[in-house]
Design a protein around this ligand. Structure first.
Ligand SMILES: Cc1cc2nc3c(=O)[nH]c(=O)nc-3n(C[C@H](O)[C@H](O)[C@H](O)COP(=O)(O)OP(=O)(O)OC[C@H]3O[C@@H](n4cnc5c(N)ncnc54)[C@H](O)[C@@H]3O)c2cc1C
Ligand code: HEM
Length: 404
């Protein structure tokens, strides 16, 4: 527990640091990557270039420091970030590296204003915050389905829609058994307990980059009978072609091997409602955001086909309509279904006026691009769907902790 003096100094200096937050973390990353270039293989190069991770880390450390006397109130937010850290295999020994460079950056940016008392107080604060993360992540590592990044072989690669490739992969246990240096225990597919909404993390070495690149992909099915299944959209939104998605589309073929860390994430169906039929399940997705939502549809229909389901999907046009046959088969197996499809190119608009028709109360799950999710979530909240009944998964960094 931080001393009263530390609490006082930290709280008094948070506003100053918030003012310099982005500058501090920019210096922090520059110095940290100079001192530890190996960490460039863990951080997302594109997020770095676009400044996304800088903001997330700065806001989180400052937001957490405001709650230093009672960090346990932050456990839900810490847990969400820790899922990502565990998926990326962030280890306890990484925390002092971040701490040293973060404190160094505070010193550098604040200059003479950063006296010894301030630096000592923030060192203590960072250590306390870091120890909460390390503890939560320790629990996650103990439970992870396999350790580190394990090799999987691609057994199927199919086009789920224009620019969306669906991969099925199985563990490469035979090779491991014959390899004395292997650090992984064999993975038994039949014993994996995948959960709808989770994502796996791929570790790739794309040919057109000097770096290893890690990316998350949601499972489109939590059924592991055939293997682990995820789908990748070729990300070519502008002239900077997406590094990993293009690599997976162009270079990962049936028979090839890919490294995966174990499923992670807390985007999951509210299990208390799955067997009940009075609160409908509303599944809203757009584009490749259908992946975790499809696995939720499958989980619901398998567990209880009687529960009312409203399926809402938006995409560019029919060619981009992903997993149409699989979804129709699942919806046909459910007993009480509404299905609504919006093709943007045909001028079909999914807006607040339309969302006002949704049942209320309902348990709602949303996944799509950031602008799509923001507009849907804003509309649902203004339509008085409580925040506890609207769940979502952004396919990028969650920017803020949304603390008090
Ligand atoms: C929890 C989670 C689950 C996810 N699930 C899925 C999934 O199921 N399926 C899926 O397809 N994706 C999913 N994603 C997204 C996925 O992880 C990748 O972010 C995505 O594939 C893009 O990665 P990339 O390496 O191809 O693109 P990156 O190289 O990371 O680029 C990302 C975007 O930035 C643009 N860009 C790159 N460099 C620049 C620059 N210098 N200036 C401007 N723009 C630039 C690119 O054009 C691209 O549009 C998920 C993400 C998360 C966090
Ligand atoms: C107390 C210390 C830390 C805090 C508060 C913190 C906070 C965060 C936050 C808020 C995110 C974004 C989560 C999201 O995408 O939703 C994140 C992601 C990440 N963190 Fe941490 N983190 C800490 C320590 C570390 C350490 C020690 C490392 C490893 C050196 C690390 C590596 C990463 C990486 C690689 C990502 C993903 C970034 C990306 O892909 O762009 N973090 N962290």
């Amino acid at each position: 527990m931080a001393s009263p003096q530390t609490l006082e100094i930290v709280k008094a200096t948070v506003p100053v640091l918030e003012e310099h937050g982005t500058a501090i973390t920019t210096v922090f990353y520059k110095n940290m990557f100079n001192g530890h270039p190996e960490l460039l293989d863990i951080f997302n190069e594109t997020n770095q270039k676009l400044g996304r991770q800088q903001t997330a880390l700065a806001m989180t450390v400052l937001a957490a420091a405001k709650h230093l006397e009672n960090l346990t109130t932050l456990l839900p937010q810490v847990t969400q970030i820790s899922h990502k850290h565990r998926a990326l295999q962030i280890l306890p020994e990484h925390y002092p590296i971040v701490g040293t460079h973060l404190l160094g950056a505070i010193k550098e940016v604040l200059g003479e204003a950063a006296n010894d008392d301030i630096i000592n107080a923030w060192t203590e604060a960072y250590d306390e915050i870091a120890s909460v993360f390390i503890q939560v992540e320790h629990g996650m590592y103990e439970q992870e389905m396999w350790q580190g990044f394990a090799p999987f072989k691609v057994t199927e690669k199919v086009e789920a829609a224009t620019d969306i490739a669906a991969f099925t992969v199985v563990p490469v246990n035979a090779d491991l058994e014959s390899n004395n240096t292997a650090s992984h225990k064999p993975i038994d597919l039949s014993k994996l307990k995948l959960s709808a909404g989770q994502y796996i993390t791929v570790k790739t070495d794309p040919t057109d980059s000097d770096r290893i690149a890690l990316r998350h992909y949601s499972l489109f099915s939590a059924n592991s009978d055939k293997g682990i299944q995820f789908a990748v959209r070729r990300d070519n939104r502008n002239e900077h072609n997406g590094l990993v998605s293009n690599y997976l589309h162009d270079s990962l073929e049936v028979g090839d091997t890919v490294l995966l860390s174990a499923p992670a994430g807390d985007f999951e169906l509210n299990q208390d409602l799955v067997q009940q039929n009075d609160i409908p399940l509303v599944l809203v997705s757009a584009g490749v955001g259908v992946t975790p939502i499809l696995s939720m549809l499958e989980a619901q229909v398998t567990a209880n086909p009687k529960r009312p389901i409203v399926w809402v999907y938006a995409c560019q046009n029919q060619e981009h309509h992903a997993f149409n046959n699989e979804i129709n088969a699942l919806l046909a197996a459910a007993e009480n279904v509404e299905k609504h499809i919006f093709y943007f190119e045909s001028g079909q608009i999914l807006d607040e006026a339309w969302l006002a028709n949704l049942p209320k109360p309902a348990d709602i799950y949303v996944c799509g691009s950031m602008p799509f999710m923001e507009s849907i979530i804003d509309a649902l909240v203004s339509l008085d769907h409580g925040v506890d009944s609207v769940h979502y998964e952004p396919f990028g960094p969650k920017m803020s902790l949304e603390l008090a």
